[in-house]
Design a protein around this ligand. Structure first.
Ligand SMILES: Cc1cc2nc3c(=O)[nH]c(=O)nc-3n(C[C@H](O)[C@H](O)[C@H](O)COP(=O)(O)OP(=O)(O)OC[C@H]3O[C@@H](n4cnc5c(N)ncnc54)[C@H](O)[C@@H]3O)c2cc1C
Length: 382
């Protein structure tokens, strides 16, 4: 008899691997399909580290989600017997009126989070290699830090398989169908039937749900690792915090301690638009120079030899929030997840749980109104 899966997950990156883990933990029959190898570096979830922070400058609504994410990352560490999360503390830096500072302060106050406001002198004391200007201030939050994305996804996938999930790699989803009877998926290797589908295809989402006309844009982002020219041991110290610095209005650079392959820094504002299958994966000299010009002003000790680079993709929505909702035409059995907009990884543990609740119970205990698809289809009145 043909096997009918409870849920077929399309894409096994950050969100898909978490869904596979969470759904199989609940005893559901899960099929996960991934076009590349496990934990590859061709999507949006590679590059050694991802920031996690609690005083969320994008919107206070994210705070309960990130708090649940922390709990679930710690639970995953326990189950996988793997260190995944490092709490280094974090600095959200900008001018007094900057989005990053004001937004982090708002979330901290609204949710009664522990935080400290630092002036420029105090920022220099906490992170002596960051040469901020005198008008800069920061929110210091103690629980911020970073996750290792590769280890997180590997843990989800290994545990999902142990819990009975069928995970297929190097298999591309070509088409799908859904009606009130169930769903079917055609891939490069075969055809599968199920009761429900989750789309967690990251930068490729638009190709699979082009009928929805979501206003999704994919952007090319570059990551840089430098070898410090001075104070190398300072950059490698366990006390080195993560930081996000809004150095000009809407322009951000952020970074991490040295994790053994150089010190990673990147821009958070969006790069050029791209197509996921045609993206240029080579980092150009002028892109390195753009980062060096920021380092010259703000972190001159780090402006040493380039250790390595990587290219990644932000899948952006116009308001920079997530998309977590059922397909507008298949609200009973097709769930769409696009929690990127450049800041989704930290939530992957909670999003797997939320998606599982939506699949099983059609609701979530979290407020996810901000992420509804409906916001893109509101009728405009003149
Ligand atoms: C440079 C960079 C830095 C970031 N920094 C942070 C950070 O510090 N903190 C943070 O919280 N977030 C950060 N983010 C965002 C975060 O990494 C992403 O939100 C998250 O990783 C996206 O996960 P995803 O599952 O949606 O996509 P992915 O992990 O890319 O997974 C999508 C998967 O679907 C597969 N797929 C697509 N189409 C098909 C198909 N047809 N058939 C089969 N498989 C398919 C793909 O191969 C891929 O594996 C960053 C992102 C980037 C790019």
């Amino acid at each position: 008899m043909e096997k009918i899966f409870d849920v077929i997950i399309l894409g096994l990156g950050a969100m898909g691997s978490s869904c596979a883990y969470n759904l199989s933990k609940r005893g559901l029959k899960v099929l996960g399909i991934e076009q590349f190898s496990p934990v590859h570096s061709l999507g949006s979830s590679h590059g050694q580290s991802r920031v996690i922070r609690e005083a969320y400058f994008e919107h206070p609504l994210y705070v309960p989600l990130v708090q649940r994410s922390y709990e679930l990352w710690e639970e995953l560490e326990e189950k996988a017997q793997e260190k995944l999360l490092w709490k280094t503390g974090g600095l959200m830096i900008g001018s007094e009126g900057s989005a990053v500072f004001q937004g982090a302060l708002k979330s901290a106050l609204e949710h009664n989070l522990p935080y400290k406001k630092l002036n420029s002198q105090e920022i220099r004391e906490r992170l002596e290699v960051l040469h901020v200007s005198d008008d800069m201030v920061a929110i210091l939050e103690p629980r911020a830090g970073f996750l290792c994305p590769e280890k997180c996804m590997e843990s989800f996938l290994n545990l999902a398989q142990k819990q009975g999930a069928d995970l297929h790699f190097s298999e591309k989803v070509l088409s799908w169908q859904a009606d009130s009877q169930g769903v079917s998926v055609v891939t490069s290797q075969g055809e599968y039937k199920g009761k429900k589908i989750i789309f967690s295809a990251g930068a490729w989402l638009n190709e699979l749900v082009s009928d929805c006309n979501f206003p999704i844009q994919v952007h090319r982002q570059t990551l840089f690792w430098f070898t410090p020219q001075q104070k190398a041991s300072y950059f490698a110290s366990p006390n080195f915090p993560i930081y996000i610095c809004e150095y000009d209005s809407g322009k951000y650079f952020y970074g991490f301690p040295d994790l053994g392959e150089g010190v990673k820094v990147a821009f958070h504002h969006i790069g050029p638009k791209c197509e996921p299958d045609q993206i240029d994966r080579e980092v150009k000299e002028e892109e390195v120079e753009e980062m060096r010009s920021v380092l010259r002003s703000f972190m001159p000790e780090l402006n040493g030899p380039l250790a390595k680079t990587s290219v990644c993709m932000y899948t952006m929505l116009p308001d920079s929030h997530f998309l977590i909702d059922f397909h507008p035409q298949h609200s009973e059995n097709v769930l769409i997840l696009s929690p990127c907009s450049g800041h989704g990884f930290k939530f992957a543990s909670a999003i797997g749980e939320i998606a599982s609740d939506l699949i099983e119970k059609n609701k979530s205990p979290f407020d996810i109104e901000l992420f509804r698809a409906q916001r893109f289809f509101k009728e405009t009145t003149s």
